[in-house]
Ligand binder design. Structure first.
Ligand code: NAD
Ligand code: LMR
Length: 339
């Protein structure tokens, strides 16, 4: 471990030693961008996750304050906050790195409009992870996810440490939205509306497979089209409503914590943890698309199994057709940035 410099890094007293060793599975999780709109509530939710033993909060501004605040929550994990110059210390020994660092959209912008700012932020953070925690699992939230994930992959590859089983684009918010929106129109519980959402994370690259859940199967015509549009453009709804103050933060923090928990359960050996995530994937590699979100089984090594898409309706075939060229363009843009 690094020596801790109390004048530069906030270090909360350890509560984990108060708990029995059986409850203290030692999993350090680091949030890069912890001071932001997503980072703050995400850090709070991760503090409540019993699978996190050590929470490391980093940002170029504000992480120490967030850490001091979150550290008072009465769960066992230890919380440390790190300022800009202490990135290596924040990453030291971490098993999971969650990255919500970067700028969000304003009304009128696409996610791709964030590329110029966020690409270098994500690349530089990935380079630090490659150097300090080369075997960590990396969860990318920063947009445009369709490009930032290939950027992280190429950066790790350049450093000689890329393990495709340990890199995830977080598309859980699309899954959460699909579940909630479908439940709202059918009256079913969201828990019974687990819609696999595949493809990528922007507009037409978001492909909900409603035909694969009983509650979504019978939807057609205008109600089907409206629901698909709402799932694909749910992010725009929030950007518009926030009117210049950013994009989804609270629902994203929820989704980010949910995906992190799924991964931690898989890493801890739980079987049957299956959820959509954007990973290096063979599904459309023959079309030159080597990253794709589909149902993925998570396990002790990260990605255990990438599931095929399963049967698609005619409408879903069309959605997929629209997704692939756009996704390919986004992935290539990310790769070209690092090359
Ligand atoms: P925000 O501006 O509120 O917070 C971003 C934080 O990143 C800030 O605290 C900033 O200081 C920090 N930051 C910037 N550069 C950094 C660096 N080099 N190292 C560490 N921290 C750095 O933005 P937000 O609302 O939290 O959104 C963050 C990102 O998440 C955006 O790109 C947004 O588009 C994306 N997002 C993705 C999803 C998704 O589903 N994957 C959902 C919502 C938002
Ligand atoms: C979302 O889906 O809410 C995020 O990707 C943020 C955005 O820019 O819409």
């Amino acid at each position: 471990m690094f020596a801790r410099n109390a004048s530069r890094a906030f270090v909360a007293p350890s509560a984990s030693r108060l708990f029995s060793s059986s409850s203290a599975r030692q999993t350090k999780v680091t949030v890069l961008g912890a001071g932001g709109g997503i980072g703050q509530p995400l850090s709070l939710l991760l503090k409540t996750d019993p699978l996190v033993s050590n929470l490391s909060l980093y940002d170029i501004r504000g992480a120490q304050g967030v850490a001091a605040d979150v550290s008072h929550v009465d769960t066992a994990s230890e919380v440390n906050g790190y300022p800009m110059e202490n990135l290596d210390e924040a990453l030291d020994g971490t098993k999971v790195v969650v990255i919500p660092a970067g700028v969000p959209r304003k009304p009128g912008m696409t996610r791709d409009d964030l590329f110029n700012t966020n690409a270098s932020i994500v690349r530089d953070l990935a380079a630090a992870v490659a150097r300090v925690a080369p075997t960590a699992n990396i969860l990318v939230i920063s947009n445009p996810v369709n490009s930032t994930v290939p950027i992280v992959a190429a950066t790790l590859d350049k450093a000689g440490v890329f393990d495709p089983a340990r890199l995830f684009g977080v598309t859980t918010l699309d899954v959460v939205r699909a579940s909630r929106f479908l439940s709202a129109i059918t009256g079913a519980s969201p828990a019974d509306c687990n819609v696999p959402v595949v493809g990528g994370h922007s507009g037409p690259t978001i492909v909900p497979l409603l035909s694969q859940v009983p509650q979504g199967k019978s939807l057609q015509g205008e109600s089907y089209d409206k629901l698909v549009h709402r799932i694909q453009f749910g992010g725009d709804e929030v950007v518009k409503a926030k009117d210049g103050a950013g994009s989804a933060t609270l629902s994203m923090a929820y989704a980010g914590a949910k995906f992190t928990n799924s991964l931690l359960r898989g890493l801890a050996g739980e079987k049957g943890v299956v959820t959509p995530t954007f990973v290096k994937s063979p599904l459309f590699a023959d079309k030159g698309i080597d990253f794709f979100s589909s149902l993925v089984e998570l396990g002790v090594n990260g990605v255990e199994k990438i599931h095929p898409l399963g049967p698609l309706s005619a409408s879903e075939e069309k959605l997929l057709e629209a997704c692939l060229p756009e996704l390919k363009k986004n992935i290539e843009k990310g790769k070209a940035f690092v090359a």
